[in-house]
Design a protein around this ligand. Structure first.
Ligand SMILES: [Zn+2]
Length: 63
């Protein structure tokens, strides 16, 4: 008997088209996310709310 495996592996490739929202930690698609770069570092946010939260955090003095 010869088994032909025809499983279509449809795995997502993390890091290529997706990025991690630093605020809520969810994975976002780069093409749909809100993109900002600070100090040469790229950030992707799932929503305006996370962007706002991130910017609020940045503006706070580090104790
Ligand atoms: Zn988020």
């Amino acid at each position: 008997m010869h088994h032909t495996s025809h499983q279509t592996s449809h795995e997502k490739e993390p890091g290529k088209d997706t990025a991690k929202d630093p605020v809520c930690g969810m994975t976002v698609r780069k093409e749909e996310a809100i993109h900002r770069s600070y100090n040469g570092q790229e950030y992707y946010f799932c929503s305006e709310r996370c962007l706002q939260a991130f910017e609020d955090n940045r503006n706070k003095p580090v104790l």
